[in-house]
Design a protein around this ligand. Structure first.
Ligand SMILES: Nc1ncnc2c1ncn2[C@@H]1O[C@H](COP(=O)(O)OP(=O)(O)O)[C@@H](O)[C@H]1O
Ligand SMILES: [Mg+2]
Length: 280
């Protein structure tokens, strides 16, 4: 039995760490770039050209990337592999439920999980009419790109055409929020992201620090992950007057900041999960 890691970035830290840990555990693990794969239709027969190794039965998939045709291709390939009977983390449904913040927040709200008050809209008028302060973020994105805290209305002139935004009430009691990594119904690692800027993402200069979570916040992260049908996710949680709110659920979180800050071997736990998942 072989595991495959399917990614757009075979040279990324996460990919390299997964391969390293698979090697240490003696697990056959194949690293495949989406750019090398193909779906071939010939005379009514569908063939997948994905893995060199016929033994692959389990796949750790990271299909999300910028909004380009390759994104749709990668998501569809993830779905097809699942339909073909592979065990895929995350399942296609998990990626669809977290494809943009619109679907994510709606799903969380419907499961009665706390999200900050938000308006999701392509209307620049709505942005203009909302009294600051508010967070303004693209409905689709990651790593804090394009996310800003609007404190006065002037920035609105810089909004690009054809954009769509989340206008969101700020929730922040202190100079930190949380990133919780959830795997298979448990919190694998929890870190504070400390920053003197409004956007705390590690990729934006936030500093990671191990966090000893209380049960309630752990449960919230697990429930958010499950509500979105993900097996593995990075859940961002922030507090207002001590009350927790979910800011974001990311189905392919980076490992680097978390591994460094918490010492948790995220890559090994993922490989172990793929390996020991019941019903191999
Ligand atoms: N409503 C909010 N209140 C406080 N901080 C926020 C809010 N929304 C976003 N942020 C900050 O901006 C960061 C990026 O926003 P997020 O919604 O997670 O987008 P991305 O998908 O780019 O990570 C968050 O991790 C948090 O630090
Ligand atoms: Mg985030």
């Amino acid at each position: 039995m072989t595991i495959a890691v399917l990614t757009h970035k075979p040279h990324s830290y996460s990919s390299i760490r997964l391969m390293e840990e698979a090697g240490k555990l003696g697990v056959d693990c194949q690293l495949v770039s989406f750019s090398e794969t193909a779906l071939i239709l010939k005379e009514g027969i569908v063939k997948l050209k994905v893995f060199h190794d016929k033994g692959v039965r389990k796949i750790f998939s990271r299909p999300k990337t910028l909004l380009r045709p390759i994104l749709l291709y990668a998501l569809s390939l993830t779905r097809i592999l699942e339909e073909e009977g592979f065990y895929v983390v995350n399942p296609f449904k998990g990626f669809m439920n977290t494809l943009d913040k619109m679907i994510t927040y709606r799903n969380l709200c419907m499961r009665k999980l706390p999200v900050p008050d938000s308006i999701l809209t392509p209307s620049r008028e709505s942005v203009r009419e909302t009294p600051p302060p508010f967070f303004l973020k693209p409905i689709y994105g990651s790593r804090g790109r394009g996310v800003k805290l609007v404190e006065s209305v002037n920035v609105i002139s810089s909004l690009e055409a054809h954009g769509a935004w989340v206008i969101q009430a700020p929730v922040r009691d202190a100079d930190w929020d949380l990133r919780m990594l959830v795997l298979n119904g448990h919190v694998l690692a929890a870190m504070k992201r400390v920053s003197n800027k409004p956007v705390t993402n590690i990729s934006q200069g936030g500093l990671g620090e191990a966090f000893k979570g209380d049960e309630e916040v752990m449960e919230l992260a697990v429930n958010a992950t499950e509500a979105l049908s993900c097996v593995f996710a990075g859940v961002d949680i922030s507090f207002k007057n001590g009350e927790a709110f979910i800011l974001d659920v990311n189905p392919q979180p980076d490992f680097m900041g978390v591994e460094e800050a918490t010492g948790v071997n995220v890559a090994r736990e993922i490989i172990r999960h793929m390996l020991f998942k019941a019903g191999e």
